[in-house]
Write a protein that binds this ligand. Structure first.
Ligand SMILES: C[S@@+](CC[C@H](N)C(=O)[O-])C[C@H]1O[C@@H](n2cnc3c(N)ncnc32)[C@H](O)[C@@H]1O
Length: 209
């Protein structure tokens, strides 16, 4: 692990107990020269802070196993690994996001497993290993509504306790909420956080009836 002084490191911010590197941070600049995510995984999206805040109020069991789908830079997994000692696996279609995830994990002195896979191909056998499935800002195209809904269905059939997703409030996300509420125990909370700045949106929590 490189030495990291959380009070002196330039171009970092601290939020919900983790350190996040800003665009200007030299590690991010170096990564951007080599790895170019292509499916919107080029930055950390704000819904991840919403989900961290929600999880502060609705904590995971200690050392729970979780899968974060469409993980991008994996900050929610990093938060869960630090806050709950979670065993986290970040899954993304785009392998170019993983160097960012691993760099952030290293700065936060946690280890996150990663797997390159489209979320629509995650089997029940794979999902069954996890207590919780998480995702932030993953329902942003019309075609993703069906894919994410089916992922929720497979997860709950496989015995996952809950699927928790955060979103700024896109129409596609609300279509997903409407579909889930017909079949599953579904809570959709308007949510905000002030850390690291004011961010608002929604958190969807789905579990089996
Ligand atoms: C808007 S970004 C959000 C990234 C991260 N969750 C965050 O909040 O910072 C969407 C992420 O989902 C990934 N993604 C898009 N479609 C996917 C799919 N079908 N299966 C798995 N990952 C996907 C992208 O590569 C990208 O990393």
């Amino acid at each position: 692990m490189p030495y990291f002084n959380e009070y002196n490191e330039p171009n970092t911010i601290q939020a919900h107990g983790i350190v996040v590197l800003e665009k200007k941070h030299q590690a991010i600049k170096a990564l951007k020269r080599k790895h170019k995510p292509s499916v919107h995984g080029h930055k950390l999206w704000h819904s991840s802070f919403l989900l961290m805040d929600y999880l502060n109020f609705h904590p995971l069991p200690n050392k729970a196993s979780l899968m974060e789908v469409g993980c991008g830079w994996g900050t929610t997994s990093i938060f869960c690994a630090k806050r709950f000692a979670a065993k986290a696996t970040g899954v993304d279609l785009d392998p170019n996001v993983f160097p960012y995830l691993h760099t952030l994990a290293e700065f936060n002195q946690v280890t996150i497993n990663t797997e390159q896979a489209p979320l629509e191909k995650l089997s029940k056998a794979k999902l069954a290993n996890h207590h919780t499935v998480l995702g932030t800002d993953i329902c942003f195209w019309d075609e993703l509504v069906n894919k994410v809904y089916n992922l929720i269905r497979r997860s709950l059939q496989a015995g996952v306790t809950q699927v928790v997703l955060a979103d700024p409030g896109r129409s596609t996300f609300h279509q997903l909420v409407a579909r889930c509420s017909k079949k599953y125990s579904t809570e959709c909370h308007p949510w905000y956080t002030q850390d690291p700045e004011f961010i608002s949106g929604y958190v969807l929590c789905v579990s089996a009836r």
